[in-house]
Design a binder for this molecule. Structure first.
Ligand SMILES: [Zn+2]
Ligand SMILES: [Zn+2]
Length: 321
């Protein structure tokens, strides 16, 4: 099928639209309501065509392709839903976004989920926590492509999430089951929210898995600064020893903030200087062991990566800088 030269299309559409609106002046004065409405229909179509003609040449055939192309031009930048409506040329863009997430694995965060994460984070916030670890400020109608990369396993995980969501377990147990099916794998906040049946409590229940039950569920704020915003990993299928579970969250975060979110073992310093894919996470270790009366205080705790945490317990020697 012959196509119009791409670079001329938007301007042609713009002129046709102006002509239609100019003629509409006559209908405003002389036509009945039904005629007026019918005369605005082509203007609506033209406006939609104009919006969807704006993307650079790329052969985008569907509204979904155009939404994705637009988001990929601005990874990490908060985009208004109304912008997606313009480039997609349709108003039901939210459904297309869900398809991009679930069927194609694009990490698109919605403003609703982001604000739930933020509320949860603010509850335990420590004065002076790194700005770059903070979460995006978003309105419910906004979207954010977290990274310009597609997760090929996402469709499989969404399928599993759907099965767990429909089971009769408690929200926390559903979340735990989903994590345990994906040990060592990144899962997204959107997936967790879905597993929880779209309940707002997903963020709090996820935190409890770590703070009350000792499951090593990491985010960029709680032990793996290399993770993208909105991503969670159950690092291993094993709960932390009971004594480590009783470190208050606010103390643990203060310890990590003081230690600049890095391992203090001499010569380590993870994640600084390590390749981004190096698979570790941070834990708080008692300098004077808890069993021997050591307190859960900031002064008695030190940040170590999990490898050096294991090492110090095996060798019994703490060598920090
Ligand atoms: Zn320890
Ligand atoms: Zn280390």
């Amino acid at each position: 099928m012959a196509r119009r030269p791409r670079e001329k299309a938007p301007d042609k559409l713009r002129r046709d639209l102006i002509d239609l609106l100019t003629n509409f002046e006559w209908h405003l004065e002389h036509s009945e309501l039904r005629q007026q409405v019918r005369n605005l229909v082509p203007a609506n179509h033209l406006l939609r065509d104009l919006g969807s003609s704006l993307l650079p040449e790329g052969g985008y055939l569907s509204a979904r392709d155009r939404i994705l192309a637009y988001l990929r031009l601005f990874p990490g930048i908060v985009i208004d839903g109304d912008e997606l409506m313009v480039v997609a040329g349709i108003s039901e863009y939210a459904r297309r976004i869900r398809e991009l997430r679930k069927q194609e694995g694009w990490p698109i965060l919605s403003g609703i989920t982001a604000s739930e994460m933020r509320d949860e984070f603010e509850e335990g916030r420590v004065e002076g926590e790194y700005e770059d670890l903070s979460l995006p400020q978003m309105l419910p109608s906004q979207y954010l492509l977290l990274e310009d990369s597609q997760d090929r396993d996402a469709a499989f995980r969404w399928n599993m999430a759907n099965q767990i969501r429909r089971s009769t377990a408690s929200t926390r147990d559903k979340l735990l089951r989903f994590f345990r099916e994906n040990v060592g794998q990144r899962v997204t906040s959107e997936e967790l929210r879905y597993v929880a049946g779209d309940a707002t409590e997903w963020a709090r229940r996820t935190r409890e898995l770590r703070t009350e039950m000792g499951w090593p569920v990491m985010t960029r704020n709680t032990g793996d600064p290399t993770l993208p915003v909105g991503t969670y990993v159950l690092e291993r299928d094993e709960q932390a020893p009971l004594h480590d579970r009783h470190i208050p969250e606010v103390v643990r975060r203060e310890v990590m903030r003081r230690d600049h979110w890095s391992c203090r073992w001499r010569g380590c310093g993870w994640p600084t200087g390590f390749p981004p894919q190096d698979h570790r996470f941070l834990e708080a270790h008692h300098i004077e062991h808890h069993a021997e009366g050591g307190a859960n205080s900031v002064e008695n705790l030190v940040t170590l990566c999990n490898l050096h945490h294991d090492e110090v317990h095996r060798a019994g020697v703490l060598d920090v800088e």
